[in-house]
Design a protein around this ligand. Structure first.
Ligand code: BG6
Length: 497
């Protein structure tokens, strides 16, 4: 019989997370090649509404790709500058250490290691930069949680080989993984091969680097074939880490869409089951259980998709399953058989509205209880250790004249989610770490804007890239510092500076 827990274990990992493409900048420095994310553009003068319209209704297109391949300017390609972590990382890590951070999640940019993806030898300067960065984390007592691929693949792999549509990309990925594990593996505490595995289904350019208007009617078929190649690549990554660094955990991650039936009508409940299977469980089932689940046969039949597998793929998936699961959690939604149900924005998707929830300025429905539900559901299903790889509030903030930033809304959001995470720990869920997303302000991924800020550290840059780039502690910075020091017990004890 397990003992009832009171709260977070002593070694709970309080963390913060960013990704290379959204934070680093330095897109053409240190031998880095152009990545797929370096190709996404924004008109920095657009209003919030114009940005949202572009984000949700105009997926990355062929014309945009062509324009970006020729362009070497910077103004309208926000990921090329990020929040300039590439040049500010020492001061940023010092701020993380000041907060008492225990775990830092970032990603390695594939095109900083292999600028074109198909190069024979890696870029030594890129490897040296990551060695310095991860060493500096450990020197500050911060463990490293490293994503191998957070949406940004060398764009050359897309234009020359078709990206993840081609099995060749699996081979290039394997070479990349062998290199980073050999060169950096001694400095990595947790590996995560892919950010949000299910993203490809909802954001094809980000997740599987497909240009939607080039695919036309075969978009679904192409997406699932790419995802199959990513599953194979993921299994190889697990294999490689296990062979070279036995004992270092490798995980699988999804963007978790917590879904409730809109009513107690059986049709809505069935819809909730299907939404959960197709948007969430499919991905974690393959990575954690090592096989395509039976329910996907029916789904593939319905959407007219046929996955081409090669001999050995199924065995590879079965043999190299993940050691832990991670997920991003931002909102919940409802499942309904009613096609006319009101919609609102959500991470990667337009969500069905829940009348009982408030939404953020960007329309994402705030639901701390959904986090506890998710943790319980995932632990019940797999029994694997869990990490919350992303959670946080994206909203606008104001830098005051005295350099302060008052963000009680963010403190409230974090506090309520940490409280329900603690409830899940008491429920018996083995959750081992929590990483606040966009730990310092970075370029938001969907809208490509700086004005949607997640950070506990304010970065003085706007949507047009204007500003000093200086860093400022927000009120939430001090709050999280206290929270970490009290191991999650002092959540009301805000703003002691
Ligand atoms: C996740 C991504 O989907 O959500 C991050 O892994 C992203 O890259 C985060 O930044 C929040 O989304 P957004 O669009 O607000 O940046």
């Amino acid at each position: 019989m397990h003992k009832l827990r009171n709260g977070f274990p002593d070694d709970f990992l309080w963390g913060g997370a960013i990704s290379a493409s959204q934070a680093d900048g330095g897109w053409n420095e240190g031998g880095k090649g152009k990545s797929t994310q370096d190709c996404r553009w924004l008109d920095g003068t657009w209003t919030h509404e114009q940005i949202e319209e572009k984000h949700h209704n105009n997926p990355f297109s062929h014309d945009e790709l062509m324009a970006a391949l020729d362009d070497d300017g910077t103004e309208f390609y926000p990921f090329r500058r990020g929040c300039d972590f590439y040049h500010h990382w020492k001061e940023d890590l010092d701020l993380f250490a000041e907060m008492g951070l225990k775990l830092f999640r970032t990603s390695i940019c594939w095109s900083r290691i292999f600028p074109n993806g198909d190069d024979e030898t890696p870029n030594a300067e890129g490897i040296a930069w990551y060695r310095e960065l991860f060493t500096a984390c450990h020197e500050r007592g911060i463990k490293t949680f490293v994503t191998m691929l957070h949406y940004d693949i060398p764009v050359n792999l897309v234009t020359k080989y078709g990206g993840w549509k081609s099995r060749k990309t699996i081979d290039f990925f394997v070479r990349y993984v062998e290199t980073i594990v050999d060169e950096l593996g001694d400095l990595v505490d947790f590996w995560l091969p892919f950010n949000e595995f299910n993203a490809g289904r909802f954001a094809p350019w980000d997740g599987v680097c497909l240009v939607a208007d080039e695919e036309g009617e075969k978009l679904d078929q192409s997406i699932f074939q790419c995802l199959h190649h990513e599953f194979v690549a993921n299994a190889h990554a697990v294999r490689i880490v296990h062979e070279k660094f036995p004992g270092v955990p490798v995980g699988g991650m999804i963007a978790r869409f917590c879904t409730y039936p809109a009513t107690c009508k059986p049709e809505d409940n069935l819809q909730a089951l299907h939404d959960d299977q197709y948007a969430n469980w499919f991905y974690t089932d393959v990575m954690a259980r090592g096989a395509y689940p039976a329910y996907m046969c029916r789904y593939f039949d319905q959407v007219d998709v046929e996955i081409e597998m090669e001999p050995g793929d199924e065995e590879l998936l079965a043999e190299h399953t993940v050691d832990f699961l991670a997920f991003s959690y931002y909102f919940s939604q409802v499942a309904t058989a009613d096609q006319g149900w009101a919609k609102t924005s959500g991470n990667l998707v337009m969500a069905n509205k829940n009348p009982y929830l408030e939404s953020t300025e960007w329309g994402w429905q705030i639901d701390p209880i959904g986090l506890r539900v998710t943790l319980n559901q995932m632990y019940d299903r797999y029994g694997l250790p869990l990490y919350i790889a992303e959670n946080g509030l994206g909203t606008s903030d104001v830098l005051e004249e005295d350099d302060s930033v008052h963000d009680p809304y963010r403190i409230d959001y974090l506090k309520r989610h940490i409280e329900t995470m603690r409830d899940a720990v008491i429920d018996g869920v083995d959750v081992r770490g929590y990483m606040i997303w966009g730990f310092l302000d970075i370029v938001a991924c969907g809208p490509l804007s700086m004005s949607k800020r997640y950070g506990l550290i304010y970065v003085d840059l706007d949507n047009e890239g204007k500003g000093t780039g200086r860093r400022y502690r927000k009120d939430s910075f001090y709050w999280y510092k206290n929270c970490i020091a009290a191991n999650g017990e002092a959540l009301d004890d805000t703003l002691k500076q």
